[in-house]
Design a protein around this ligand. Structure first.
Ligand code: GLP
Length: 243
């Protein structure tokens, strides 16, 4: 895994925003995998800013988000789909039918997960997967445990993960759904290239374990060591903790 530190969150967002826009110019029908969370907020603001300025064409771009809460409709303000609409999709000329998302209110979760896997395969797989990382080493909603499910699946969220997500529910952890649908680690590792972004000292232990620990289901992010094309982008405050 290649690892690069940037002076701050803004510099990191600027660098990755540029990489993504250059990719769209080079490969107009690129398939992007996208995360939600606090970490990519700067990236999405930068993509919206650069798009307003430079008018790149997103009309052939396709996206697949990593995960979604169970029980929240796309119109629910706490859903990851609503997050993405507000932060990115609303600001670019992506076609609605090119936005891949797990349906948190699907009646049959297993069928929905199968549909998602087939939708990704049908467009030839993900070219560039952007990831955040949970403080417990989770990727998407692949939580640490004795085993990991390889493909897109239903998960029960760990208490710390629900606490971390309370931010999107006015700080009220009781409103954070208990379950989610997420791409599995094999789905993620099938992407041709992966960029993981992490900022702030609270992620230092997870990033250390991901980079330097063994490959273990106790740290789902450590499975990224198995992929030949992973770039890890950190801010300096986190990188200093690793030194
Ligand atoms: C969330 C998301 C992940 C995200 C991670 C870190 O629960 N499911 O996709 O990468 O946790 O989030 P944050 O960037 O807010 O720290």
């Amino acid at each position: 895994m290649k690892c690069q530190a940037y002076p701050g969150e803004d510099a990191l967002a600027a660098a990755l925003g540029r990489i993504i826009l250059d990719t769209i110019r080079r490969l107009p029908a690129v398939v992007l995998g996208l995360p939600t969370g606090r970490t990519p907020l700067g990236l999405y603001a930068e993509l919206a800013r650069l798009t307003a300025l430079e008018q790149p064409d997103w009309s052939e771009v396709r996206t697949f988000n990593l995960d979604e809460f169970v029980g929240l409709a796309p119109s629910d303000s706490g859903s990851y789909r609503a997050f993405m609409q507000e932060r990115l999709f609303h600001h670019v000329n992506i076609r609605p039918e090119h936005i891949g998302f797990l349906d948190g209110v699907a009646e049959d979760a297993d069928a929905e997960c199968g549909r998602y896997e087939r939708a990704i395969a049908a467009v030839g797989g993900i070219d560039l997967m952007v990831l955040g990382i949970g403080a417990n080493g989770h990727i998407g909603f692949n939580e640490p445990g004795k085993t990991l499910a390889a493909r897109t699946h239903l998960v029960t969220l760990d208490a710390p993960t629900r606490a971390a997500n309370a931010l999107w529910f006015d700080g009220d952890v009781t409103r954070v759904p208990r379950q989610a649908l997420t791409m599995g680690m094999a789905t993620i590792l099938a992407a041709r290239a992966i960029v993981l972004i992490a900022t702030g000292e609270t992620k230092a232990e997870a990033v250390r374990a991901m980079l330097y620990g063994g490959v273990t289901t106790a740290v789902p992010a450590s499975f990224l060591q198995l992929h030949p094309q992973v770039n890890v982008m950190l801010d300096q405050s986190l990188a200093d903790q690793l030194a």
